[in-house]
Design a protein around this ligand. Structure first.
Ligand code: MG
Length: 156
């Protein structure tokens, strides 16, 4: 099969064109959803039953200075919408997002009215492709900050 590439017609195999098109479309719609309790490492947090839609487990008892880490595999380099499912009875909590120790965003978590009143919040992070450690450093005042059920990275 002949295709136009960089203003030149080049001969490539049909299967290769199909494979390339499939890869691009997968990358364009790529997303990675992670349950907050599926961490690889953490400091200071606990897990508990969640009353969010679908039940399951959330992380909680999060205080200033606590952190959690996840092993993720990013399908393609670029901008991702980071959605996080959170609940809190207080204002003032936030988390700093790091990928392989490089700071990517700070996400504020406002009160949702209750420790089990769940809301989805959004932020944007730039990520490199490949397996990496995603880390949330939790920051805020005294007392518990918020709970998290899951988060998702969606290619923009
Ligand atoms: Mg969960």
């Amino acid at each position: 099969m002949v295709v136009l590439f960089n203003n030149k017609f080049v001969k490539v195999c049909s299967a290769c064109v199909l494979a390339l098109a499939t890869f691009v479309s997968v990358a364009a719609n790529a997303s990675v959803k992670v349950e907050a309790e599926d961490f690889t490492n953490q400091k200071g947090i606990k897990t508990e039953s969640s009353s969010d839609t679908g039940g399951g487990v959330n992380i909680g008892y999060i205080e200033n200075g606590d952190w959690v880490e996840y092993a993720i595999d990013v399908p393609a380099s670029g901008s991702y919408t980071l959605t996080a499912r959170v609940a809190s009875a207080t204002d003032g909590g936030r988390f700093v997002v790091l990928a392989n120790d490089s700071e990517k965003a700070t996400v504020k978590v406002k009160s949702t009215g209750n420790w089990q009143a769940w809301k989805t919040i959004e932020s944007t992070v730039m990520l490199d492709a490949g397996p990496q450690t995603l880390r949330f450093n939790f920051k805020g005042g005294s007392g518990y900050l918020f709970n998290m059920n899951w988060f998702e990275l969606i290619a923009q």
